[in-house]
Design a binder for this molecule. Sequence first.
Ligand SMILES: [Zn+2]
Length: 424
Amino acid sequence: MKHLIRLALGLFLATSLVGCAVNPVTGKQEIIFDSVAQDIETGKQNYIPSQQSQGGQYVVDPGLTVYVAQVSKKLAAVSDSPNLPYEFVVLNNDVPNAWAMPGGKLAINRGLLIQLEDEAQLAAVMGHEIVHAAARHGASAKSQQMVVGAGALLAGVAVATKKPEYGGLTVGALTVGATAWNSKYSRDHESEADVYGIKYMVKAGYDPQAAVELQELFVRMKDNQAQGWIEGLFASHPASQDRVTANKAEAAKYPKGGARNKEAFQRALSQLRQDKDAYKNYQEAMKSAKAKQYDKALSLVDSSIQQQPRENLFWELKGQLLLQQDKNKEAIAALDKSISSNPNFFRPYIYRGMAYKELGNSNLAERDLVASQRLLPTQEASEELGDIALTKGDRNTAAAYYQHVISGGGEAGERAKAKLQKLQ
Ligand SMILES: [Zn+2]
């Protein structure tokens, strides 16, 4: 009982001393435990793992990222928190999605960019996301969960392992924080982001009508059940006619007109648009692979590679399919291409490591698996590294790797538990 009282008192003190903060956007008092410095640290720590677990950066056309960052920086500069260490990336992901982490770390998927028509619509997406960072919605959501009950952030585990874009890979416990930010915003936070996002758009010179069109686009995508809509933006940003109406009313508060910059947008998107069929074939290839039609998948992904030989995901899938057919040497050749196209993505290192292991080259396998762990720690790589350590007779190292796998839970965790028991 005494402990309980002390705990309650501690919570109360935490709330009254550091818990109250002014929302930089609305100017209202809110319960927020984290400091801005903690926000920035959270963003910094989770930004890379979050990018990795969602496809890594899009590298075929680096100019697109430069363009998205330019547009977004204009909005951040007129926001209510212009001094956050903002960063903007385009993720190599088909799912229509965008997100903001605390501390101003943002991302937009190429799967959402391809749906947009002009720069003003892009500004509507990024303006909305910038509000989430500027108004400290992540820290506020976290604090509210702390008041209601601890442990709510752990819910991120399920999200992280269920994402379809991992293919066969599950991602270990260390990436938990990353996806948790994405889906935790309340309805109030969402409408606040809509309202102030429009304000930032206008301040940066854009036509606020684009924010209405964006919501209309989301409703259309929902009605058509567009590919990936359920796990993308709409998981955290429910599309509805209400939001269209609300944005209409908000946009009407400002003078009509403003920049659309359609040509600049179309120019920036030209490579992505040119490669649209290649990505379509890739998605078909993934479907075929899941249905175990490996030859069909291989021929589809070959046509993707022919259309865009610089896309690391295409080479990776080819490597994965060859690995599946025990064509290890050919798999390695394809994965070499994937890694040289984008050396900063964790997944092909794992597959290449597996191929080297199959060929009995445990040193190269180890090198690749460790390289993947540096980008994103996964249960798969840890398990493989544990197995390799065991074949080398290094039981302590093997045990440490299996412990990491166990901490991630799931099927792999159970498997590692059995391996560890056998070892002891
Ligand atoms: Zn939002």
